[in-house]
Ligand binder design. Structure first.
Ligand code: NDP
Length: 449
């Protein structure tokens, strides 16, 4: 049977675009549909604009820090609309670049839904394909408590016309702590409501504690072990009622209670594609769904919801289906960063995870980074190495502090290559840096496991 396309991709985000480009490069006839914006969440309402806002927030403190270095900088004011306009210009540029990347494919700016396993409705047009790749990503969870219609989610935050003075942030995950840092850094009074005692469940405990302390030092109020009962509008403001009776008055409530796979209305049943109980598409190790000609990559599979992982999955799949074979990525120990204030970089096992596997040596250092010896800002950097005692392999590295993300990228290569503590010890440091602490930690802090 002749199909319109060899392969059709639903979703023009990071994973979908990489797959489509690579498959077309291998000679496949590729169609791609994107209903919202080319580049998807990461480029438009995720990683990229978020990082620009993080950078903007850092300037506020940098001006104050410079006094310790002899500068006399008057306290400035921040122009949010100007920042958003500059950000939008850059995102438009990137958006165009992503669209141009699709030149080797047939692209549709439309919603695609399944009619059967080989047929799609693409903006009212019937399109057939031998294979179909689902790369529709995720969407923020919208809470359901009374008054939930008054919250905004991360999609909305990138287009706020003004920065409100008082912001309540709900959630303790990546997005909540990143935006708490952004809002606070740009001058808002921030209340963070988390249902655990510390933010970032799943991260290393020392790093979680260090971040909570840094956030509180910066002026963010953390409401620990609390959940929201309801939100009551009071004029233009909102009153957040917590389940224990506490109230928080805010001008804006920002909810970051997780994301879910975006599969609603996709017609997966018509194609025989199975999902888990949360709507995420289930796939095997080769990204194949329960329908043998249909594949899924990236956040829609709700596994490691990170852009570079979606890109790796898309690239690998295109190579496997149309190229010389899959390029291998090591998805067991993927380094990740949280662009909180200060940022976190992490790779491999946490102390608690490693301890479950047997005796583990922990190397830990906490210090005031050089910049803050003169700036006077109370801010500590924390670094930790988790070492399997039997093999002496470094199985985890964690950092809270300036440049953590940049530093951890290099360390993740060493750790993925199987470096031992002795390999770290015989590496000569770069002085004076914070990073050199990772090769100069000589004294074991404790043994766990
Ligand atoms: P996360 O899953 O990271 O965090 C969700 C947070 O919401 C958790 O603190 C969770 O608490 C809390 N929560 C969930 N449901 C409720 C509830 N009913 N009541 C109270 N609290 C609740 O989600 P995010 O939205 O922050 O981010 C989604 C994903 O996007 C991340 O996991 C990550 O994979 C990706 N991402 C990556 C970034 C990066 O690489 N820098 C940046 C942003 C996002 P609890 O811990 O108790 O479950």
């Amino acid at each position: 049977m002749a199909y319109d396309f060899d392969v059709f991709v639903i979703g023009g985000g990071s994973g979908g675009v990489r797959f489509a480009r690579m498959a077309a490069g291998h000679g496949a006839k590729v169609g791609v549909a994107e209903e919202r914006f080319w580049g998807g969440t990461c480029v438009n309402i995720g990683c990229v604009p978020k990082k620009l806002l993080v950078m903007a927030a850092e300037y506020g403190a940098a001006a104050a820090d410079s006094a310790g270095f002899g500068w006399d900088v008057p306290a400035g004011t921040h122009d949010w609309p100007r920042l958003i306009a500059a950000k939008n210009k850059e995102i438009d540029r990137l958006n165009g670049a992503y669209k141009r990347l699709m030149a080797t494919c047939t692209s549709y700016e439309a919603r695609a839904t399944f009619l059967d396993a080989h047929t799609l409705d693409v903006g009212g047009q019937r399109v057939t394909a031998e294979r179909i790749v689902i790369a529709t990503g995720g969407r923020p969870v919208r809470p359901t408590f009374p008054g939930a219609e008054h919250v905004i989610v991360s999609d909305d935050a990138f287009y706020l016309p003004e920065l409100p003075k008082r912001i309540a942030v709900l959630g303790g995950g990546y997005i909540a702590v990143e935006f708490a840092g952004i809002f606070s850094g740009l001058g808002a009074k921030v209340d963070l409501v988390i249902r655990q005692q510390l933010p970032l469940r799943g991260f290393d405990e020392d790093i979680r504690e260090g971040l909570a302390e840094a956030m509180e030092t910066q002026g963010i109020t953390i409401h620990r072990g609390k959940t929201v009962a309801s939100i009551e509008p009071i004029g233009d403001a909102k009153r957040v009622h917590l389940a224990d009776g506490t109230m928080i008055d805010a001008d804006l409530v920002f909810s970051a209670l997780g994301r879910h796979a975006y599969t609603q209305g996709l017609g997966l049943d018509a194609a025989g594609v199975e999902t888990n109980g949360f709507g995420a598409v289930t796939v095997n190790a080769e990204s194949q769904t329960s329908a043998s000609n249909i594949y899924a990559i990236g956040d829609v599979t709700d596994r490691l919801n990170l852009t570079p992982v979606a890109i790796a999955e898309g690239h690998s799949l295109a190579d496997r289906l149309y190229g010389a074979g899959p390029r291998k990525w090591d998805l067991d120990r993927v380094a990740t960063a949280v662009f909180s204030s200060p940022p976190i970089g992490t790779v491999g096992l946490t102390e608690a995870e490693a301890a479950k596997g047997g005796p583990t040596d922990i190397y830990l250092t906490k210090f005031t980074p050089m910049r803050h010896t003169l700036s006077g800002r109370t801010r500590k950097t924390i670094m930790k190495l988790v070492v399997d005692q039997a093999t002496q392999k470094v199985v985890g590295a964690h950092m809270l502090g300036e440049d953590a993300a940049e530093i951890l990228q290099g360390l993740s290569i060493a750790i993925n290559a199987g470096a031992t503590k002795a390999d770290f010890d015989r590496t000569v440091g770069i002085h004076p840096t914070a990073a050199e602490e990772f090769v100069t930690m000589r004294t074991r802090a404790r043994v766990v496991g």
